[in-house]
Design a protein around this ligand. Structure first.
Ligand SMILES: [Zn+2]
Length: 53
């Protein structure tokens, strides 16, 4: 899964990606950038069903 890395200022393939649900009930993927190691997040489209990959 790709997500935008603010440090690299480009999209990176997310490392150790996992799905988390925020307090608002929104589903997002959380992982680390393989290049700089910064934590990167990506909001996923569906918020109702926390689908796991
Ligand atoms: Zn990065």
């Amino acid at each position: 899964m790709e997500a935008y890395c603010v440090k690299c200022k480009t999209k990176r393939e997310m490392k150790n990606a996992k799905n988390v649900t925020t307090k608002n009930g929104r589903l997002m993927a959380k992982g680390t950038c393989p290049v700089c190691g910064t934590t990167i997040n990506k909001f996923l489209a569906s918020s109702k069903t926390p689908a796991k990959k």
